[in-house]
Design a protein around this ligand. Structure first.
Ligand code: TXA
Ligand code: MG
Length: 336
């Protein structure tokens, strides 16, 4: 199949993308977090193509994207007060909520679970597309399963060219890490994946503590049920072996001089001695979130086999950056 490259700034391309989706095809679409690989959520055959194109494990459920909270209502058994408060505060935006799913949602969308993940994306092209198509869209990140999420249309094309009908180019993603995933199916809201909305902001709106799944900062066993199945797979990973290094810059450099990795991933403000191949991923959580996945792809493009990464702050949006890096490093962390 030839993958068409469409432009979100061209209204006839939005119309074409909408038409392809209505016809059961796959289209990679821009969102404010990362590019998503979209299919009609109520068409089981179309959703099955997502798993095939990505090489995604069958037990990893998908997020359903809707134009607004109202469109979410018929997809779930109930839309509790907590969900209403969060939707008012953060939709459209990088928050996904897990609720009990309605009977008519195909099993394949949520991999057989009784729940459903829902999100209203803020990107104007995603909004325009949802409204033009008039359907809801199941969409995981538009990367090959396991590799870094795409934050540019070219990333999605690199991974999925020839396997999907089209890529809709809406420019670079402004958030850069995926949505926060919050499970609202039990008494206490449970953070399954840190993301674009920091947990502190959720707690401020809810006036209630949010519990953090152990999966956020530690490895899950590959066997058995996980609260968020996506968390048990090796993820976001370049081919290179990464090591996440905690500690002051001088000790980071000393450790690198001793171990001699192929390259370093550091902050913009880090003074790195001449001679080290270095990729920089910004200063502070917002910049780091925006740049992280593109840098991880560059590590492979440069052919590095090993890289040391300066550990980001875990505050606010930083927790999402740290969580992705930890998985990209297959949980290899050292303190210097
Ligand atoms: O920002 C995002 O969330 C992007 C854009 C495209 O919207 N999407 C995204 O999808 O990151 P994906 O499939 O790469 O990650 C979805 C995560 C996975 O960890 C999955 O296991 C979890 O959400 N998830 C989906 N449905 C779930 C459910 N019913 N219960 C628990 N976890 C669920
Ligand atoms: Mg993903």
């Amino acid at each position: 199949m030839t993958t068409q490259l469409l432009s979100a700034s061209n209204p006839s391309d939005i119309a074409l993308a909408a038409q392809l989706l209505r016809a059961g095809e796959l289209v990679a679409i821009p969102t404010e977090t990362v590019y998503g690989l979209a299919a009609n959520a109520l068409d089981a055959a179309a959703v099955a193509k997502i798993f095939a194109a990505k090489g995604r494990p069958q037990d990893n459920p998908l997020i359903v994207h809707v134009a607004d909270a109202e469109q979410a209502l018929p997809l779930v058994k109930a839309f509790p007060f907590t969900a209403q408060r969060l939707a008012e505060a953060f939709w459209p935006g990088p928050l996904t909520v897990i609720l009990q799913r309605a009977e008519h949602i195909p099993d394949i969308v949520s991999a057989g679970l009784s729940t459903l993940a829902l999100r209203v994306p803020a990107h104007p092209a995603a909004q325009a597309l949802l409204r033009a198509a008039g359907i809801t869209l199941a969409a995981p990140s538009a990367n090959r399963s396991g590799s870094p999420s795409p934050t540019l249309a070219s990333h999605a094309l690199d991974d999925l060219n020839g396997k999907i009908a089209a890529v809709l180019d809406g420019g670079p993603c402004t958030v850069g890490v995926e949505s926060t995933v919050l499970d609202l199916t039990s008494e206490t809201p449970l953070l399954l994946r840190p993301g674009g909305i920091p947990a502190g902001q959720l707690e401020a709106v809810l006036g209630q503590k949010v519990e953090m799944s152990p999966a956020v900062t530690s490895a899950l066993p590959m066997e058995g049920a996980a609260p968020s199945p996506g968390m048990k797979y090796r993820h976001y990973a370049p081919r290179a072996a990464l090591t996440l290094v905690h500690g002051p810059l001088q000790d980071f450099i000393g450790y690198a001089e001793h171990e001699n990795p192929d390259g370093l991933m550091a902050f913009d403000s880090d003074a790195i001695p001449e001679g080290w191949p270095v990729l920089r991923y910004g200063d502070g959580p917002e910049e780091q979130a925006k740049q992280l996945f593109a840098r991880l792809r560059e590590i492979d493009a440069l052919g590095w086999q090993t890289a040391f990464v300066r550990c980001p702050s875990k505050e606010g949006l930083g927790l999402a950056v740290y969580n992705r890096l930890l998985r990209a490093a297959a949980f290899r962390e050292v303190k210097v």
